[in-house]
Design a protein around this ligand. Structure first.
Ligand code: ATP
Ligand code: MG
Length: 397
């Protein structure tokens, strides 16, 4: 007998033609995550298995619960045994260690050549338990103990406890995206949701030293580190020095258009960096109506400067819904640290709510944005932010 962890794919199993690509990627992602542990990862079309585990199984489960593509995990006991009388005794022995009054046996049979069908197996194992353990009875609706059996080609797996996985698609199966990552609450959540759909992300942060501080930058690094936890252990953070552009716009363009013009440059730079990393989509934390630059007219006017799809995973979420996810993924406490962001300095008193594209084009003739944008795209710092076990952000408090 050996203790194994069995992983269920959920949504993945609907990928018919290219299921193998999804499963291979999932296996590679699991191997990366469990590189410090002694175990093997095997799979077939129905399940993935972590076997030969000779280290802390709870720790491994916790790690597996940060991997997209796994919908449910179970800790099971695998026996190289198909003799039905022996299987009945195996179940009896395992069940004898548990306290319960009611139970149900549920069987899945991937081995279709097995002489008994699933119903017969469940019924017969149930009868064996009733005969050998006193004061128990069957309850098919709400049992204290659910006994699961899976009959495979040359083994049987018995399991009781199930753990929730985080679902989604394996990271990397859907290509690459660039997340515009600020120090706010929304963009880390947007990043998490994009990774969940199988997108491998890079992140990009605009800083404006000396108007923004090193603490503000460190905060974004720590947010990227939280995301690295889900993004195969690493996030490349592109740090763009935005000071020149911001000061030029501040000096030369009307104050109420400051944010709109600034964001048009942010989009242009982001698209340029995205092309350099061979990515397909931009991702950001915009949410409809949240601030002046996120009215539909504003979004339209800003979005016009790029041709790349811009995915806004939290566009239709209430702030409270976004905060709930931020807490779940542990970014909230970092996001609420009080350091100035480049959007929060130079904020006009009355930003335009319905900006016109024609005016933007007129104002953009007042400064040479093209060369500044180019400089940012081709000349910037890239930090490889790796996941870590310790909670480094406490240093910032
Ligand atoms: P909050 O959670 O407070 O709303 P925010 O980061 O969402 O913070 P917004 O001004 O609403 O701030 O910006 C909208 C989006 O634009 C952000 O979610 C982020 O994707 C992007 N963005 C804003 N500022 C920056 C920045 N300094 N660097 C990178 N991306 C930024
Ligand atoms: Mg926001």
């Amino acid at each position: 007998m050996q203790e194994i962890i069995m992983l269920k794919y959920g949504e993945l199993s609907t990928k018919k033609a290219n299921i193998n690509f999804f499963l291979k990627t999932l296996k590679n992602n699991i191997n990366k995550k469990l590189k410090d542990y002694n175990c093997n990862v095997l799979y077939d079309k129905g399940r993935m298995y972590v076997t030969n585990i000779d280290s802390n199984i709870d720790e491994i489960i916790e790690k597996l619960q940060t991997i997209f593509g796994i919908h449910e995990l179970v800790v099971g006991y695998s026996y190289n045994e198909l003799d039905f009388n022996k299987i009945k005794d195996i179940v009896l022995e395992l069940v004898n260690t548990k306290a319960f009054n009611t139970f149900k046996v549920q069987t899945k049979r991937s081995n279709k050549k097995y002489p008994l069908d699933s119903m017969e197996i469940s019924r017969s194992v149930g009868a064996h338990l009733l005969k050998n353990i006193s004061n128990i009875k069957v309850d098919v609706h709400n049992p204290d103990l659910l006994i699961n059996l899976e009959i495979h080609k040359d083994s049987v797996v018995v399991y009781f406890d199930t753990y929730k996985g985080i679902g989604g698609y394996p990271v990397g199966t859907l290509g690459k995206g660039l997340l515009m990552l600020s120090g706010g609450i929304d963009s880390p959540v947007a990043g998490y949701l994009a990774i969940k759909r199988g997108v491998n992300i890079h992140a990009l942060y605009f800083e404006s030293p000396p108007h923004t501080s090193i603490e503000a930058k460190n905060k974004v690094i720590e947010l990227a580190r939280k995301l690295a936890n889900y993004n195969n252990g690493i996030v490349h953070l592109h740090v763009i020095n935005f000071t020149n552009i911001q000061e030029e716009i501040y000096k030369k363009a009307p104050n109420d258009y400051l944010i709109t013009l600034m964001r048009r440059c942010m989009y242009r730079i982001s698209e340029g960096v995205l092309k350099r990393i061979n990515g397909q989509i931009l991702i950001n934390g915009e949410s409809i109506g949240q601030v002046a630059s996120q009215t539909l007219t504003s979004m339209n006017c800003i979005n016009k400067v790029v041709s790349t799809p811009v995915i806004r995973p939290v566009a239709c979420f209430d702030k409270n819904e976004i905060i709930d996810i931020a807490k779940k993924i542990d970014t909230y406490e970092i996001s609420i640290l009080p350091f100035e962001d480049c959007c929060t300095i130079f904020v006009p008193e009355h930003p335009v709510i319905n900006p016109s594209e024609e005016k933007c084009i007129e104002y953009e003739k007042l400064y040479d944005y093209e060369s500044m944008v180019k400089e940012c795209i081709f000349n910037h710092e890239i930090i490889k932010v790796e996941e870590t076990k310790e909670n480094k952000f406490e240093d910032l408090l």
